[in-house]
Design a protein around this ligand. Structure first.
Ligand code: T1G
Length: 699
């Protein structure tokens, strides 16, 4: 039963019990109404308490039900709340731990609310592209005030119960329990104290006004407009709360309902709901049970004090885990430590880090030139020069000094983790941990699973990734893993678009208008065009028939590596990052077209976006069918957290499913007929072709 009914003397207690967060799914909603009916039919029952079992009062409506008929089946949440409000006996919500979304709306429908301290209270629907759809926009302003309510609803952020309870004049809680442990008893006592209270108070009957309504909501709209560029929900939150101040309750509720239903069907909300689950699913590895024992990570070693080694080290220092950095030369160590200090000092200067915290973190950092000093590390991450011979030297050394059971990780971004593992006698302890630069900032961590990587090693790395606030995605071993393998196709298309008539800024602007944080050419200038150059040279040997535009090589032959050389696809003023279109580059591209006998044509923004995004989708489909990624949502998480794919589009695979895979394949067939393109690259991955033919989606 997902809503249990018990009678304690003269008080009935309905306990939501739908793990993990007491989501208000259909069965739970039914259980609440049945409990109310039983309590009202029992003359011995004088009052009713509703509470939640386990670690939540309720995390809200069951998001898994959205888009299914279950979420519409009666009793829907509105009906449950109406049944509570019409109950002839007082209903008291006993709130603890988590009271969010529909859970808070349920509590707002109760006649009284008793809260334990430390409870996270929120209406986070806006983070799903929605707004509170069961009266939250109409009731919350009536008990905490219009402005406090609108702040909570538009931000979706949680507020601690004791903080709300301390705000003068707020009427959200009728009583604060002394502690979570005493909540149950205090709620029962409170219920008995109001057993005879009549009329029973209803939040909906409270007034809801704002002294300067029009001016305030205009201000609120201006604020929201600036922050919610690609998302419609925040502005609708303002509309709903404004309705609470201008309309009768029932009309305000109807307005909220209409706004909610419209938002439910927006692509932005579908994208955010997809990502809510994709982010959580990414941490689950199909063949590694969640209860796999994890190794204890008390001390971390980092090999290499360069940009990556320093950034990687900061992640662990920030999580309070001691780090020893090893380098081959003292001056390299000194440089690396100085960079870490500079990064922290910049955060202190911006007020993002307290001085004492900075000192605490630095106190956890030690350095050495001697591998022996790593012998008690539980996890050692190598971040040295991206060359297999160098990795071999490092891993052979580690194999000698690392303690048994130490996890040996490589930060390699392109090399074969199985080859690296083979440099040791313990391949089961070897794994890839591919951080993205800057490693202390970018959320993405590709965890590369070698063929011998032990399951407890994977479970441990996924857990430590969460601890250092990374979004970890497991990748199999292939060239480029997930992200870089896909970006290669994307860059290939970007080059072809230049050949065919586009300028770098036209391509960048088109894809940035689609929502990417940065187009391919600005990104190349930031990361360094020489990186791609080296990969193309390597690829020319390994895959001689891979087709590329020559423009990127011509650019590098001019030494235009990007911001680090003051010029790349764009020019840069000294010390500035603003991308200035370069006549030299435009001339270079034009000359290249002439030499190649290409007559330039006008390419539409739509074609630019489709070729860039669908090239990711097709490669992603191959990665999926090869088992390099286990879920399409994992690929979406890689692109959102590592490559600036727009959140409101949900990731390349989700976006393709939204467009319709049939339409994606149709477009690919058009691109394949372009003689200047690479027809093989547009050969649909078998999985993609099959799903398209069956009218299915990826997830
Ligand atoms: N519905 C379904 N599943 C949920 C859920 C929900 N509301 N909340 C969490 N889960 C699952 C989650 O997928 C994961 O599953 C597990 O619970 C643990 O989650 C009408 C329409 C509550 C603060 O937006 O913010 O009410 O991966 O890893 O870190 O107005 O979950 O284990 O299978 O996040 O302890 C509004 C969303 C819904 C709250 C707990 N409510 N959840 O954090 O655990 S819409 C929300 C959270 C609504 C009404 C509207 C967090 C949490 P699995 P977790 P956590």
């Amino acid at each position: 039963m997902t809503a249990e009914y018990q009678v304690h003397g003269d008080v009935a207690v309905i306990t939501l019990n739908n793990p993990p967060v007491n989501g208000l799914g259909l069965a739970t909603r039914r259980g609440i109404v049945e409990g109310l009916d039983r309590a009202q039919a029992d003359a011995a029952v004088k009052a009713i308490v509703i509470t939640g079992a386990g670690g939540a009062f309720s995390g809200g409506a069951d998001i898994k039900e959205f888009g299914t008929d279950k979420s519409l089946q009666e009793p829907n949440l509105h009906s449950v709340i109406s049944a509570i409000e019409h109950c002839e006996k007082p209903v008291v919500a006993a709130i603890h731990t988590v009271c969010m979304g529909g859970g808070l709306e349920l509590a707002l429908g109760c006649h009284y609310r008793v809260a334990a301290p430390g409870c996270s209270v929120a209406l986070p629907e806006v983070k799903l592209g929605l707004l509170p759809g069961a009266g939250g926009t109409q009731r919350l302003p009536r008990v905490v005030g219009v402005e406090a309510a609108l702040n909570m609803i538009v931000s979706g952020e949680a507020v601690k119960s004791e903080f709300i309870g301390a705000v003068a004049g707020q009427k959200l809680f009728d009583k604060m329990a002394a502690s979570p442990e005493s909540l149950a008893e205090e709620a029962l006592a409170f219920a008995r104290s109001v057993a005879d209270a009549r009329p029973l108070p209803l939040v909906r009957n409270l007034p809801c006004k704002h002294p300067e309504g029009d001016a305030y909501f205009q201000f609120a709209r201006n604020m929201v407009k600036g922050m919610a560029r690609n998302f419609p929900a925040p502005a609708k939150c303002v509309d709903a709360v404004e309705a609470a101040t201008k309309k009768k309750f029932a009309e305000g509720l109807a307005t909220e309902r209409e706004l909610f239903i419209n938002l439910m069907w927006t692509p932005e909300s579908r994208a955010l709901r997809h990502l809510f689950f994709a982010e959580r699913a990414a941490s689950k590895i199909p063949d590694v049970p969640s209860d796999t024992p994890k190794r204890d990570i008390k001390k971390v070693g980092v090999i290499g004090a360069g940009t990556m080694g320093g950034g990687i080290s900061m992640n662990f220092l920030n999580a309070g885990i001691p780090v020893t950095i090893l380098e081959t030369k003292q001056e390299a160590l000194d440089r690396g430590i100085a960079t870490i200090q500079k990064n922290y000092e910049a955060q202190v200067k911006k007020g993002k880090l307290k001085e004492d915290k900075y000192q605490q973190r630095m106190a956890l950092l030690s350095t050495t030139l001697n591998y022996d000093d790593l012998k008690d590390c539980d996890l050692i991450i190598e971040a040295v020069f991206e060359e297999l011979g160098v990795k071999e030297t490092v891993f052979k050394q580690l194999d000698k000094v690392a303690k048994p059971g130490a996890i040996l990780a490589s930060n390699t971004s392109t090399l074969d983790v199985d080859k690296i593992a083979a440099f040791t006698q313990r391949p089961q302890d070897v794994v890839g941990m591919h951080f993205f630069s800057p490693a202390n900032v970018m959320r993405l961590l590709e965890v590369v699973r070698g063929k011998h990587t032990a399951k407890d090693v994977l479970a441990t790395v996924m857990a430590i990734a969460k601890k250092i606030k990374k979004t970890a995605v497991v990748s199999g071993v292939c060239d480029g893993f997930i992200g870089n393998r896909m970006i290669e196709r994307y860059s290939q298309q970007a080059g072809f678009l230049l050949d065919e008539g586009c300028t770098p800024s036209q391509v960048d602007k088109a894809i940035e208008k689609f929502g990417f944080a940065m187009g391919p050419f600005r990104m190349g200038d930031l990361a360094g065009n020489d990186i791609g150059w080296a990969i193309r040279k390597r690829r020319a040997v390994e895959q001689p028939d891979m087709k590329y535009s020559k423009t990127a090589d011509l650019l590098c032959e001019k030494g235009r590596f990007g911001q680090k050389t003051g010029k790349g696809w764009y020019d840069y003023a000294p010390g500035k990052r603003d991308a200035i279109p370069s006549q030299e580059v435009l001339d270079m591209i034009e000359q290249h077209r002439k030499d190649a006998g290409i007559a330039p044509r006008k390419v539409s923004d739509e074609e630019i976006v489709q070729r860039l995004v669908y090239s990711l989708v097709n490669e992603g489909a191959k990665i999926l069918e090869e088992g390099i990624a286990s879920k399409s949502g994992d690929i979406d998480m890689v692109y959102l957290t590592g490559y600036g794919f727009p959140i409101h589009r949900g990731g390349p695979m989700h976006y393709a499913s939204e467009v319709g895979l049939f339409n994606v394949v149709q477009a690919m067939q058009r691109f394949a007929r372009n003689p200047l393109d690479d027809a093989r690259a547009w050969q649909p991955a078998p999985l993609l072709a099959q799903l398209a033919a069956e009218g299915k989606a990826f997830a």
